[in-house]
Ligand binder design. Structure first.
Ligand SMILES: C[S@@+](CC[C@H](N)C(=O)[O-])C[C@H]1O[C@@H](n2cnc3c(N)ncnc32)[C@H](O)[C@@H]1O
Length: 192
């Protein structure tokens, strides 16, 4: 999935390092899973989490084979965005808000980048849907959670890959600004 801060193009360099000494029973955990662009290339026992509830509802819905809206016209996008921004409730569930927001927003920016739609010869919504559906088979048995990273239950001895929001750049869909000092303290504690 096209996603703000996606590491898709680094996966082939990062994963051999991260997984070098992994044993068969060892969990691979991502507390900041975003577009699943790294974890979808990992096999075996996996736990993924993110603080964006619409994103996790989206991944869980795809695992469950939810019916999908394949055309996202601007009017539908605006309705979903209005509900997301609490301007008007259209009775969309979290999966649908997530699906429309991630499939229909420019550069996978989840309502932040505006409606992508069609430009010149490209249909950006169809491209994003195609890319995301390609991941479904690879994410089928991931154990997904929606929580702040420090609330995630991490099995002892797991390999934990943290792709945190960059310092000083646009924030993700979280109420609180990401506290990098607190994060590094948590890392020191968890890595023990
Ligand atoms: C850089 S992105 C991850 C991108 C992902 N590795 C990929 O390649 O698609 C960071 C993610 O962290 C999530 N996030 C931000 N603050 C968080 C927090 N406090 N706890 C858990 N997740 C958080 C954001 O919603 C976003 O999905």
């Amino acid at each position: 999935m096209k996603y703000m801060g996606s590491k898709a193009r680094f996966a082939k360099d990062l994963l051999p390092i991260i997984l070098k000494d992994r044993t068969e029973e060892q969990y691979y955990v991502e507390p900041f899973v975003g577009g699943c662009n790294i974890i979808d290339k990992v096999q075996g026992k996996r736990i993924a989490s993110d603080s964006n509830k619409y994103l996790i509802a989206l991944w869980k819905g795809l695992q469950q084979g939810r019916g999908l809206i394949m055309e996202i016209p601007k009017e539908l996008y605006d309705q979903a965005r209005n509900q997301y921004n609490e301007i008007k409730n259209h009775n969309f569930d979290d999966f649908t808000i997530g699906w429309i927001g991630f499939m229909g927003s420019f550069n996978g920016r989840f309502y932040g980048g505006g409606y992508s739609g069609k430009h010149k010869n490209r249909d950006y919504v169809a491209e994003q849907i195609r890319n995301t559906l390609k991941q479904v088979e690879a994410i089928k048995d991931i154990d997904f959670h929606n929580c702040n990273y420090d609330q995630l239950q991490i099995p002892k001895g797991s390999i934990v890959y943290c792709d945190i929001p960059y310092q000083g750049t646009k924030q993700y869909d979280t109420k609180d600004k990401f506290n990098h000092d607190k994060f590094w303290q948590w890392c020191r504690k968890v890595s023990k």
